[in-house]
Design a protein around this ligand. Sequence first.
Ligand code: FAD
Ligand code: AMP
Length: 479
Amino acid sequence: MADKFDVIVIGAGPGGYVAAIRAAQLGLKTACVEKWVNKEGKTVHGGTCLNVGCIPSKSLLETSHKFVEARDEYGDLGINVSDVSMDIEKMMARKDKVVSQLTGGISGLFKANGVTSIEGTGRLLKDRKVEVTGHDGESQTYEAENVVIATGSVPVDIPPAPMTEDLIVDSSGALEFQEVPKRLGVIGAGVIGLELGSVWRRLGSEVTMLEALDTFLPVVDEQISKETYKQLTKQGLNIRLGARVTGSEVRDNEVVVKYTDSDGEQEQTFDKLIVCVGRRPYTENLLGDGTGVELDERGFIQVDDVCQTKAPGVYAIGDVVRGPMLAHKGSEEGVMVADIIHGEKAEMNYEAIPSVIYTAPEVAWVGRSEQQAKKDGFDVKTGVFPFSASGRAMANNATEGMVKVVTDASTDRVLGVHIIGQHAGELIAEAVIAMEFGSSAEDLALTCFAHPTLSEAVHEAALAVDGHAIHMANRKKKR
Ligand code: FAD
Ligand code: AMP
């Protein structure tokens, strides 16, 4: 038997690496097991988020957005540029550099904080023992007082569109295209599909998105999702709702996709197809006999409100457990669990987890949509302020979108905030803080916001809840 640890974390994504660093900072003897190896065969930390998720996708989104701005919008600002063109190889090299800087950074943080890094695939055995099989096939077993499972998730694949070497790919493959596909198909118009579709649309692909549901972005407030649909289709994303993919075939280096919609059976040919139909928890070969850890019917590890599994001393966090599959949600759970292991009382507020879609404009929200709040039985009052009435948005040449504040009419408490607009992903943070502090719309309305900033739109939307927005012709507010 090898070393004994206070805490062994399995998986070094944003859930696991944060849990490990926090635990070590609290003085616990901590190890983190990671199996991910990069193209050079080197173990890398950071998981999906850093390697094939949040970070590389945002790098490509930023580059492609700057390209479109330079090509299509600089002229309006009086900046004359000509012959704007893309160097895809350079764009990808920069993305890879950002990824390797960050993954290397996590390894550095492990060293600095005294986290023992164990390379290989971890398997939980009975009584909190963890067997690790190294890349050389050799196994070693470690003992721990506490184990944190943070093994994350992997893309769902669907039988009608099985992956191929390079024509039918998942989100990871779509971050690696070496040239712009002329005709690009995307199955699934969820968050990841919209972001990846946007990247390649901006770079020149004709993008068709096939979405089985009739409703666009059902998790988003209806008013905001309608505006998002309008803005994204205006940019050339061809989003077909009610289109269920039933089959695909590779012919002569092309992909022929079959789908059904309200007009019956359809067929369309693409140069590349991205399958973005969701992610599933990853627990393959993770649990030995008699661990006591249980999975739910969808394959997630069952945990209580503080991420404790059915086995004492074994916790699970991040994408492998219930809740939104978001990096920051996993990280917060990681901090909470490390604190609990250290003997502190810790909890998480699952009502105030922000979500962001990094399209242009960005879409961001926290808390309940108007529809959800009504469903939950609240008497709802809302305030909306459009960016077209914001001085800063005008100065920024970014007047699309709005801020919407959803409140409980009887208490004025903020139940949700929904934004589509430039930097919505940054603006949402102030709404998260407001909700975390149990703020009312009046609290926000009485707060001083810097001028001229986009955040004034949040202020105005809060004022609009009672019909008092200053820079808008308010209609007498009726419930
Ligand atoms: P992961 O990041 O999946 O990490 C799990 C780690 O565990 C991996 O490194 C894996 O190798 C390791 N592992 C698994 N099993 C074992 C084992 N048995 N032994 C050892 N190691 C193991 N979220 C956001 O919040 N914002 C975004 O903008 C965003 N963009 C995204 C874009 C894309 C294209 C994708 C695919 C995802 C995106 N996400 C985003 C989601 C985000 O990446 C995940 O929610 C997040 O990575 C989950 O963190 P995690 O730590 O639970 O798991
Ligand atoms: P998300 O869960 O946000 O990643 O989004 C995945 C999307 O893929 C969902 O909106 C699903 O409705 C959609 N989807 C799943 N299967 C299919 C299919 N066979 N054809 C088209 N869309 C699909």
